[in-house]
Design a protein around this ligand. Structure first.
Ligand code: FES
Length: 106
């Protein structure tokens, strides 16, 4: 099972085992990661699952889809490495991924 490192909104580091095929958002919710609200439940409509992909991982994670891009426009403090975690599926290729949770209650 891939290991995902979440840096929560308070700066605390959590190393979590997340099943293949589960989204980064679902993995965060399952592990009680502070700052991932996911109000829309993962339908790419709210931006409250916003996080920053660690720069060392952005190529492997890839770019957002056009639909994700439009929802990301709603996100507070969007950066070039911003992603909506409900739109990133966990896989063995992402073992060790570091994700920094954004401020999602602003
Ligand atoms: S959970 Fe709403 S956009 Fe990801």
């Amino acid at each position: 099972m891939p290991r995902i490192v979440y840096i929560d909104v308070n700066g605390e580091r959590h190393e979590c085992n997340v099943a293949n095929g589960v989204s980064l958002m679902e993995g965060a919710i399952q592990n009680g990661i502070a700052g991932i609200l996911a109000i829309c439940g993962g339908s790419c409509a709210c931006s409250t699952c916003h996080a920053y992909i660690d720069p060392a991982w952005t190529d492997k994670v890839g770019a957002p889809s056009p639909i994700e891009e439009s929802t990301l426009e709603l996100a507070y403090d969007r950066k070039p490495n911003s992603r909506l975690t409900c739109q990133v599926q966990v896989s063995d290729a992402l073992d060790g991924l570091v994700v920094h949770v954004a401020q999602n209650d602003a």
